[in-house]
Design a protein around this ligand. Structure first.
Ligand code: AMP
Length: 396
């Protein structure tokens, strides 16, 4: 793997694609800085060797050019605090000011560029735009695992302008090594825990995992499509009606491959999609009319926890219920705690990014699992066996 360990950055300007797409509250405070802290080892290694660092990232999904809400200037103070030095900011990621500031940057200094997605060219993978960005640095480093599945200007297209000077940062290298470990060197029993809202988002991953895992736990909103497909009644619970056939065929495939699929047997039901709703417990396949399943029930928690604790490798993607609401976070919390217990007993646990990472962070357990990925979609695609454009661009 081409990593920054192969370069001495003394006197060099490193142009680093980071993923600083962090959640901000209404006062622009960062509510989860995992993606920023994840990039610090790369930045610090380069600064320590006497290099200068130019950081580029996207933030959110701006539709029409510069938007206050999506400005990366909101990240400057926190990043400066974390690095213990003032970070410079350029109001634009290309153009005169960016060029001047990059040129004036001295060894040991850090410059953050404004949101790349203020230009439509970024997501279009525009070559001219990528070339303009490339002029700002001598070495290109990609440390943005969260966007590695996108062939954008700064994540993939730009690499061609650094044919002999393009490398993975430590975060990318770590993400790839951990994903690889799960895919190709998993100690058995290997259990995948799938949750979240939709089966349709995760079909390819589930199919791929059936080749690898001993146990597949299915919770969250997607479980009700399975319950309905098997003839249950699910009230107003989440249903992807057109995916019922597929759910049954996944169960068949699992059986043929000897994979143990564990579905929820009981459910926390609510009379409304609200934290203050009236709640109860019902069998997952007999949810009364007017009610919806918003979390796994206590019997299911016990069954899932047992399988998790007996595992040596764990991959978790997607919450077990609507964990954002306190009334429906118990199942997700219990699963997180079971994963922590298994990890303490020597299992390797990888938490897929996105909502699973947010859930583990909410319960304060991020440091008690083996690895929390910073990439939601990117990790899923990598696990599905797809080549990530951001990875390919460095490797080729
Ligand atoms: P995903 O992005 O597919 O991982 O889905 C995550 C979202 O699924 C979270 O916002 C959860 O609140 C939601 N979710 C999980 N379980 C349920 C459920 N039983 N009903 C509705 N939404 C759910």
């Amino acid at each position: 793997m081409k990593t920054i360990d192969q370069v001495n950055f003394s006197g060099k300007k490193a142009l680093i694609r980071v993923d600083f797409n962090v959640p901000l509250d209404k006062d622009y405070n960062i509510t989860d800085d995992n993606r920023i802290t994840g990039a610090l080892p790369t930045i610090q290694k380069i600064l320590k060797e006497g290099g200068a660092v130019i950081l580029m990232s996207h933030l959110g999904r701006p539709k029409d050019g510069p938007t206050e809400k999506y400005s990366l200037k909101h990240v400057v103070k926190h990043l400066s605090d974390l690095l213990g030095q003032q970070v410079e900011f350029a109001d634009d990621c290309i153009g005169e000011q960016a060029v001047e500031k990059a040129k004036d940057l001295k060894a040991g200094e850090v410059l953050l560029l404004e949101n790349l997605r203020f230009y439509k060219e970024e997501e279009k993978g525009d070559k001219d735009f990528a070339e303009k960005l490339s002029k700002l640095g001598d070495v290109y480093v990609n440390d943005a695992f969260g966007t590695a599945h996108r062939a954008h200007a700064s994540t993939a297209v730009i690499a061609q302008f650094f044919p002999n000077a393009k490398y993975f940062g430590y975060l990318m290298a770590g993400e790839l090594a951990n994903a690889e470990k799960i895919l190709n060197h998993a100690e058995k029993p290997f259990t995948a825990i799938m949750g979240g809202a939709k089966v349709s988002d995760k079909i390819e991953l589930i199919e791929k995992l059936l080749e690898k895992v001993d146990n597949l736990i299915i919770g969250g909103g997607m479980a009700y499509t399975f319950a309905k497909a098997q003839g249950g009644t699910i009230g107003n619970s989440l249903l992807e009606a057109d995916k019922q056939e597929l759910a049954l065929s996944l169960l068949e495939k699992a059986k043929a491959k000897g994979v143990n699929i564990i579905l929820p047997t009981d459910t926390i039901i609510a009379d409304d999609f609200s934290n203050d709703a009236k709640t109860g417990v019902a069998p997952t396949n007999a949810i009364p009319d007017g009610w919806q399943g918003l979390d796994i029930g206590p019997e299911t928690v016990k069954a899932f926890s047992k399988v998790i604790e007996e595992s040596k490798t764990l991959l978790w993607n997607g919450p077990m219920g609507v964990f954002e609401m306190e009334s429906f976070d118990k199942g997700t919390k219990a699963v997180a705690e079971a994963v922590v217990r298994a990890t303490k007993n020597g299992a390797f646990s990888l938490i897929g990014g996105g909502d699973s990472a947010a859930a583990v962070a909410k319960f304060g357990l991020s440091n008690d699992v083996s690895y929390v990925s910073t990439g939601g979609g990117a990790l899923l695609e990598y696990m599905e066996g797809k080549e990530l454009p951001g990875v390919k661009a460095i490797n080729e």
